[in-house]
Design a protein around this ligand. Structure first.
Ligand code: HEM
Length: 145
């Protein structure tokens, strides 16, 4: 092995570390929305806004670093790009990034006290990252095609 390829296992390890960080936020932020949607007192309302803003920043860092190490693997070993499982995975990752940006929009909606969704709606919204996680990890580990 030469050059960047020596680091490939480290890129993979760090990729998984930051995927975990990212998902901590993707699971917990919509949970905060569930509780926030039912909040009536202003002290809790303001506290939720701060928690949501900070969590969003941290999970965005996790997402960016997971993507950086994922892309470093693709640069190191471009052969990945011709594999079906990786292409399917990237489509689901694009959906996940869409969900992440939707969370950003909801953080801003709450920040302006303009939420219109019910607690129940957020409970359903909260399910999407689990489904994407299961599908993406199966593609990455099993590599079915
Ligand atoms: C920015 C987007 C991403 C890119 C470019 C990317 C790329 C890659 C690449 C090239 C590998 C190496 C595969 C191997 O050698 O087996 C990998 C591994 C992995 N990725 Fe990603 N990935 C991305 C996002 C994600 C996300 C969002 C998840 C989880 C939901 C994820 C979970 C994993 C896991 C668990 C592995 C380890 C697989 C194994 O070692 O068997 N990746 N990724």
């Amino acid at each position: 092995m030469s050059g960047l390829a020596t680091f490939l296992p480290y890129f993979k390890a760090l990729h998984v570390v930051f995927v975990v960080t990212w998902f901590a936020g993707l699971f917990y932020l919509p949970r905060l929305f569930v509780y926030h949607a039912d909040t009536t007192d202003s002290l809790s309302n303001e506290r939720f806004k701060i928690m949501e803003r900070r969590l969003y920043l941290i999970m965005s860092m996790g997402a960016s670093l997971a993507a950086v190490f994922g892309l470093l693997m693709l640069i190191t070993a471009p052969g990945y790009l011709s594999m079906g499982w990786l292409q399917a995975k990237l489509v689901l990752v694009a959906v996940l990034i869409g969900y992440h940006l939707w969370c950003r929009k909801l953080v801003l909606v709450f920040a302006h006290d303009a939420n219109t969704h019910s607690q129940r709606w957020y409970r359903w919204f909260n399910e999407a990252p689990s489904l994407l996680l299961i599908a993406i990890v199966i593609l990455a580990v099993v590599k079915p095609f």
